[in-house]
Design a protein. Structure first.
Length: 107
């Protein structure tokens, strides 16, 4: 189920991620001895500025790598679930054979 919903969520949230990255990368412009106002101010202001100056489609820049990442993550999750979660007890690996799942030891 997650493998189907994850790409849909990625398409919906990529505009916010694009705005977040623009806010993180902007530098404080200096004009002479005076510090000018930044180009992007706040999340919604950044989204509005990008849409106004570059067009609405600019908010979805980077969607292809994001969807590729979701496909790889989903594929690995499906392919590795059984081998990792159903590992038989071999030898003296008491932490694998106990009642706790392996990830509980990491947490």
């Amino acid at each position: 189920m997650f493998e189907i919903i994850a790409p849909i969520i990625q398409v919906c949230t990529i505009p916010l991620d694009t705005a977040k990255v623009r806010l993180q990368l902007q530098k404080q412009p200096v004009i002479g001895d005076v510090v000018a106002l930044p180009k992007y101010r706040g999340m919604l202001g950044t989204v509005a500025t990008i849409a106004r100056e570059e067009g609405l489609s600019a908010l979805w820049k980077g969607i292809v790598p994001g969807l590729q990442r979701q496909c790889v993550n989903g594929g690995l999750r499906i392919a590795l679930y059984d081998p990792v979660s159903l590992e038989p007890c071999i030898g003296e690996c008491s932490f694998i054979c106990s009642s706790f799942p392996p990830f509980a030891y990491v947490i």
